[in-house]
Design a protein around this ligand. Sequence first.
Ligand SMILES: [Zn+2]
Length: 339
Amino acid sequence: MRAAVYRGKQRLEVEEIPTPEPGAGEVVVRVKHCAICGTDVHAFLYDVAEPGTVMGHEYSGVISAVGRGVSRWREGDRVIGGGPPPPGSPFPLRQEPRFNFPKAGFASERRRGYAQYVLMPEWEPLAVPDGVNDQEAALAEPLAVAVRAVRRSAMRVGDLVAVLGAGPIGLMCVQAARAAGAGKVFVSEPTEARRQAALEMGADEVVDPASEDVVERMVALTAGHGPDVVFEAAAAKPTLDQALNMVRRSGQVMLVAIAWEPVAVLPSEWMAREVCLNTTFSTDSEDWRTALGLLASGKADIGPMVNQASFVPLDDIQQAFEALVVPTTQLQMVVNPWD
Ligand SMILES: [Zn+2]
């Protein structure tokens, strides 16, 4: 099969590698779409992925082969990843007590979705419900990240919410917060196309942090109090400090984006308001199920995030990654391994 193999130093090579065969208790999924995740772009940009890795964890496809003893899946079933933790293991790996993402999160030998086929243990796939198409299903994982961020937050119905950064995760935070009953959602984003997508996906107001003082604007939009909850989905140099500066007294900042470089904060500016900082990371299976439910019910709609130009063949993956390092008009890009 064909797969995009990370070869180090910001190079993805499309290579012919062995097609996986399912062993006992395993299934093979023929990948239809694999969305490019910001985390993969960071792994590429900061060269932290191991050479030889096939990345890509936001995919949808169909079961194309089942191994011995597999009874719950049949060829042709539409699935995504994201299943429950393996039987017998109470916690996913990332909940190891001292889990460190840069040190332990990229060690996987597994070949994943920037390939024509993916091998999975049979407990891992989740069935895609009717009413969720293959493109939407490929984006269930980033939506699940946003669902988790909202569920771990202190957000309550009617709250005023700010989202910093309107990349895919920020946009999905807008939709997850809306679905969870946010009163209003305000978005800060320097890229015009992404601000437009934020409005289409349910933001009440958008702010351009390049031309306005985003903290002042967010405070003004919330009648002088500051947002109740701020989702930091940008990981830009100033955004964590901005989030802590704008949040209301005793409000909460949810750190969603992963910064790979030091970011400055000035505690004297905001600590006297006794603000709370919380973090969220990745997903659990229940977040995926919730995400699929939001897509099926229409409470989440990825339409404004993708257009025809978002879908690229495997051969164009290198250019797609390079384009996403410095976003201008690109928002969500999706690899089609069979094109
Ligand atoms: Zn992802």
